[in-house]
Design a protein around this ligand. Structure first.
Ligand SMILES: O=P(O)(O)OC[C@H]1O[C@H](OP(=O)(O)OP(=O)(O)O)[C@H](O)[C@@H]1O
Length: 219
């Protein structure tokens, strides 16, 4: 029987099996409030600070990327903060990438938005609702040098809203210089939750599947 990576959170748990991983992962269920008073019940995969999980899942994700994109020449990786950042670090290292583009969750002072290029857009995700994705000069440069294509990494893809926003960011980088954006080569994640509702412009590749979010009526 598989070993289990036991979570420290209380309450109901989901046991996630990831093919290729030597142990299962215990994930807490959480209730997310909705504006109409209902709540969404999801199995909440939070990889922040999970050293072992990021090492092992990041390695598996890199193997998956390699099967689809064997040559990284001219290819850039884009990762969305926050929960996927440590995972993306491992994946990028395993792929031999010295740098990746990052979509931050807002424009920050160090980006010097008054004298350097920044791009920010609004998106909607299942867990955070409305949020921002932002690129600054360094990320924009990395993406503009991706002549063969861009692939995007996140921990979880649910509605697809965050990934759709990431694609908009890539396109905005190139619109600004009047050039065609390179192809999006794929969306890579640890787990999908059901089928993304948005029509994403490239295949979604995931290591595992989480339960479909459940809407609980207003209590
Ligand atoms: O497919 P979607 O419906 O967009 O949901 C997936 C996104 O939601 C979560 O991020 P979250 O919005 O919680 O932000 P965080 O990683 O910055 O905490 C997750 O890390 C994905 O980025």
């Amino acid at each position: 029987m598989a070993d289990i990576f036991t979570s420290r959170e209380s309450g109901d748990k989901h046991r996630l099996t990831v093919p290729g991983l030597a142990y299962d992962i215990e994930i807490p269920y959480v209730l997310l409030p909705r504006e109409d008073g209902a709540r969404i019940k999801i199995a909440s995969l939070n990889l922040v600070g999970q050293t072992r999980l990021n090492r092992d899942l990041g390695g598996l994700l890199a193997r998956l990327v390699k099967t689809k994109i064997p040559d990284m020449q001219g290819v850039a990786m884009l990762c969305v903060v926050e929960k996927a950042l440590q995972l993306a670090q491992v994946t990028a290292m395993e792929l031999g990438l010295d740098e990746t583009a990052i979509a931050y969750n807002r424009i920050k002072p160090h980006m010097e938005p008054d004298r350097r290029p920044v791009i920010q857009i609004g998106v909607d995700s299942i867990t955070s609702g409305d949020k921002f994705l932002a690129l600054y000069e360094r990320d924009i440069e990395i993406l503009r040098n991706a002549t063969r294509g861009v692939f995007i990494v996140d921990d979880v893809i649910s509605s697809g809203g965050t990934m759709f926003g990431a694609v908009d960011l890539v396109e905005a980088c190139f619109e600004e210089i009047g050039a065609a954006a390179p192809p999006i080569l794929g969306f890579y994640c640890v787990a999908t939750e059901g089928v993304p509702q948005l029509n994403l412009p490239a295949p979604v590749e995931s290591l595992a599947t989480l339960p479909v979010p459940e809407i609980l009526p207003k209590p």
